[in-house]
Design a protein around this ligand. Structure first.
Ligand SMILES: [Zn+2]
Length: 204
């Protein structure tokens, strides 16, 4: 018999080594289809998890079985969350524990995760996907360099501790010894401008 008390499943943060490898290949003019699709989807799945948790923390819990929204009242951990649409049920305490301390709360950056999900289906080619990822990685970097501590996008999305994540983002933005840093920096800037321009056009 199916267990109707199953915990929601959260997608992991995107692996730093995969992101780095993808950009190293890209700098050499190689678009690795499998890797690009994998990383692009990993960002997508993680954004979904972050949005679901953020919504739940604000009182709207999504049933992991059927997607129905279950309103939560107050913060009582014993409170039973029961889906109206299917047999799924769980206590708020159990649900909360499933995401607590996993960097899944989107804070003030919900728009970033929503935008990625919205734009993902339209990113058909590998280039489109790279531009979309450049954009979200830039949002990660921006959140750190501008000290927007209520928008810790990088912490939500990329694996590793703060120092490791900052190291990766700085490397992507300014280049590293392992590849031509000037070339990487130029590529990054061109891409970023392109992504911003596209985004500006699309968001009208
Ligand atoms: Zn349900």
């Amino acid at each position: 018999m199916k267990n109707h008390k199953c915990l929601p499943k959260w997608s992991p943060r995107v692996r730093r080594d995969k992101i780095k490898h993808m950009y190293q290949l890209d700098a050499q003019g190689i678009l690795d289809e499998e890797l690009i699709n994998q990383v692009a989807y990993a960002f997508y799945a993680r954004c979904k998890s972050v949005l679901t948790v953020t919504k739940a923390s604000r009182g709207r819990v999504e049933c992991p079985e059927c997607g129905n929204i279950i309103p939560r009242r107050g913060h009582d951990k014993e409170q039973l969350l029961k889906c109206d649409n299917c047999p799924w049920h769980i206590t708020w305490g159990e649900y909360f524990k499933s995401y607590h301390r996993k960097q899944l709360h989107g804070g003030g950056a919900v728009d970033v995760f929503e935008d990625y999900i919205k734009r993902f289906p339209a990113a058909k080619t590998l280039q489109d996907k790279m531009i979309l990822m450049d954009w979200i990685i830039h949002e990660c970097h921006k959140g750190l360099i501008e000290g927007e501590c209520n928008r810790p996008v990088a912490v939500n999305l990329i694996s590793g501790n703060m120092t490791q994540v900052i190291e990766l983002l700085e490397e992507l933005a300014y280049g590293s010894d392992s590849i031509s840093s000037e070339e990487l920096h130029n590529t990054w800037c061109v891409r970023l401008n392109e992504a911003m321009r596209r985004w500006g056009m699309r968001s009208k």
